[in-house]
Design a protein around this ligand. Structure first.
Ligand SMILES: [Zn+2]
Length: 446
């Protein structure tokens, strides 16, 4: 067969020659020299309960049972992890042995790490060296990704299998583009939704869901945005992290808003607080303004703010908690503002809009919390509508969009509310506390 496209050619060659180490697979014909550790049905009955080998659930509500006339038997399958391939009581699954392969772990970084980044980098290397776990409580814009480079290099040179995971696809995309640029000689598998494995799974960047495919394979797992939906909602995803890890492992959790439950689970000395941004400027503090939104008309005070933002050549993300309210307001303001758009998670043009936004096509962007994390752009301000309906983590993340770039380290964070809530106060107090700590440490200059 002649391949027209190099990409396709590479893919066909890769997918036929890659190794599936430390994985749960259903088709053993894809294996070559991998050793099968054990074989079983996808789900098994244990102590009177069904248990799924892929996602390890034993919740009765996750299993669906029906009678197949064709096979003349009852079939039970797991609904919890069906998106990764069906696990049932009739087909075999195979779990392969994990294998290691060291590499150079070489990376390029065009700038020097800040004092705080160096401090964090050393902590990460030490934790990985000793197979210990850490929580990096790092403010938005601390430069977390770069802090991990030395640790990754050490792990890859030792031959560790490493996974960098996040609950969110957009974070996976953002992190993987930076990792690929830095670690150009490494074979990195990027796994999410329909993306297939291209290499041998020694270094992967993936959504946490994808970890269900691996069993006892990783020595090091770095979890980015550990508090993000749906991880905080779904304890079984935390379980996936453990099940994909070897017996001896190092987990590095990174977050700007650590969930209380995680803090409680981890010993105090595993928490590393990183209060400074890499560019040594303070985090912008939110301003509160009482304002009643009227979605059925144009409110000139708001329009004036938007116009002023455009004239000042600022990009403005306007956050909403309700898609309906956002669309209603969009319909009115679009008549006055040509460079206005809106975006939400079910929007089929979502990725295109975000791309256009990065290229400066829009000045005002109405958005739901999908742009709350992982989005970085210069000259950006944020406004929150009905800030009294948001929780403190969301407000901290939203405020954290502003001033991330060294060339525009400050900006506007404005919360419109109909009554100040504890969550709003908590968010502002937290930001102020981090700035104070950063000043005390001498890690910021203003
Ligand atoms: Zn399952």
């Amino acid at each position: 067969m002649v391949c027209q496209l190099r990409q396709t050619c590479l893919f066909l060659w890769r997918s036929s020659s890659i190794k599936h180490y430390g994985k749960l697979i259903t088709d053993r014909t894809i294996l070559s020299d991998e050793v099968i550790k054990f074989r079983s049905k996808g789900i098994v009955r244990k102590d009177g309960k069904w248990r799924c080998y892929q996602c390890d659930t034993a919740e009765p509500k996750h299993f669906y049972e029906y009678f197949s006339k064709v096979l003349g038997q009852t079939i039970v399958y797991c609904r919890n992890c069906i998106s990764l391939g069906r696990m049932d009581n009739i087909r075999d699954i195979y779990v392969t042995e994990s294998r290691q392969q060291s590499s150079g772990g070489k990376y390029n970084l065009s700038f020097e790490l800040s004092e705080q980044q160096l401090f964090a980098s050393t902590k990460i290397v030490n934790a990985i060296q000793g197979y210990r776990s850490l929580i990096l409580y790092a403010v938005t814009g601390a430069g977390k990704t770069e802090m991990t480079f030395e640790g990754i290099k050490f792990a890859r040179q030792r031959g560790d299998n490493i996974a960098i995971v996040s609950p969110r696809v957009d974070v996976v995309l953002e992190v993987s583009s930076r990792m690929k640029e830095a670690f150009q000689e490494e074979y990195i598998d990027i796994l999410y939704q329909g993306q297939r494995q291209m290499y041998n799974g020694h270094f992967i960047i993936a959504t946490i869901h994808q970890l269900y495919r691996f069993k006892r394979h990783f020595d090091v797992i770095i979890v980015d945005e550990v508090d993000a939906f749906p991880l905080s909602m779904d304890p079984s995803l935390m379980h996936a992290i453990t099940a994909a890890s070897k017996k001896r492992y190092s987990h590095v959790y990174m977050t700007a808003t650590p969930p209380r439950k995680l803090l409680r689970q981890m010993p105090d000395d595993t928490l590393v607080t990183l209060p400074a941004r890499f560019h040594r400027h303070a985090l912008p503090l939110p301003k509160f303004k009482y304002y009643k939104i009227q979605p059925y008309k144009i409110q000139y005070m708001l329009l004036n703010i938007f116009m002023h933002q455009i004239q000042s050549k600022r990009y403005t993300l306007v956050f909403f908690n309700h898609i309906q309210l956002m669309k209603q307001m969009y319909a009115h303001y679009k008549k006055k503002i040509a460079s206005l758009t809106y975006v939400h998670s079910e929007d089929s043009l979502r990725f295109e809009k975000i791309r256009n936004l990065r290229h400066g096509k829009y000045h005002i962007i109405f958005t739901t919390t999908i742009l709350e994390r992982g989005f970085t752009m210069a000259n950006l301000d944020v406004i929150v509508m009905h800030s009294h309906t948001f929780d403190s983590s969301a407000l901290i993340q939203i405020a954290g969009r502003v001033g991330r770039k060294a060339q525009s380290p400050s900006g506007l964070v404005l919360f419109f509310h109909e009554g100040i809530t504890l969550n709003m106060l908590k968010a502002r107090r937290n930001i102020r506390k981090m700035n104070d700590l950063a000043r005390y440490k001498g890690w910021i200059d203003d």
